[in-house]
Write a protein that binds this ligand. Structure first.
Ligand SMILES: C[S@@+](CC[C@H](N)C(=O)[O-])C[C@H]1O[C@@H](n2cnc3c(N)ncnc32)[C@H](O)[C@@H]1O
Length: 221
């Protein structure tokens, strides 16, 4: 049973998670090639392969994000890596539910540079009736996140790892004291995240790796 409490949204999410899971074997093979081959795929080949992959955040991690956003009454959320919009739907549902109970307004700022993924994500937001809670910024996040108005309560980092530190550098000045940053797969890819952790440390974040599959980092500003 999901914490979301919205049967229509849960049905949409179940279908999207199933589509993402169906691509998992191809993703694992790609990852093995990427890290093990004498000649790994070029950046162009990698982008072409990944351009139709959902790579959705696992449901338990996404539900934890929903819960944390509800508990902290988050109103401005930044999501680094939107893809087809799976995790965005959880975050937007949290804002909708915060607005329902407390009034006011809120938005998830999403980021996606593949046009086909951004279009699919927008369709999913509309299908779920959550479009008005999402500001999806299409293009490279190093450009699209240059402007963020107002304090950010919560951030989800679910992106190719080389982009994690540049994204955190852009958003950190906007994070309110006590803001939460959740980052996927930090135990599995600890080495690749070295620069990211160095920045967290330099900025004085308190951080811990939660025991989810691959590790889920919870950092507090
Ligand atoms: C792991 S997926 C995100 C999955 C999503 N959070 C979900 O749960 O459905 C990462 C996404 O980031 C996008 N991406 C990668 N580099 C980017 C960049 N520099 N700017 C914007 N989007 C980028 C990829 O196209 C990919 O769809």
């Amino acid at each position: 049973m999901s914490v979301i409490g919205d049967t229509k949204l849960e049905a949409l999410l179940a279908g999207l998670h199933a589509r993402s899971d169906a691509q998992a074997a191809a993703m694992r093979a790609f990852d093995a090639d990427r890290t093990g081959q004498a000649q790994p795929p070029s950046p162009k080949e990698a982008r072409a392969f990944l351009s139709d992959k959902l790579v959705a955040l696992d449901p338990d991690k996404a539900e934890l994000c929903y819960q944390l956003c509800r508990a902290s009454n988050a109103r401005r959320i930044v999501e680094i890596g939107t893809s087809y919009g799976v995790s965005t739907l959880y975050l937007a549902a949290a804002i909708r539910d915060n607005v329902r109970t407390g009034g006011g307004d809120g938005r998830v700022i999403g980021t996606e540079y593949e046009p086909n993924k951004a279009a699919a994500a927008r369709a999913h937001f509309e299908q779920a009736g959550l479009g008005r809670f999402v500001d999806l910024r299409e293009g490279d996040l190093r450009q699209t996140l240059k402007e963020i108005d107002g304090p950010v309560d919560f951030m989800l980092m679910d992106i190719w790892i080389t982009m994690a530190r540049p994204a955190l550098e852009l958003v950190t000045p906007h994070l309110r004291p006590g803001a939460i940053v959740m980052t996927d797969n930090t135990r599995q890819y600890r080495g690749e995240y070295a620069e990211y952790f160095a920045f967290l440390d330099a900025q004085g974040f308190r951080t811990m790796t939660l025991p989810f599959d691959g590790g889920l980092e919870m950092s507090v500003r």
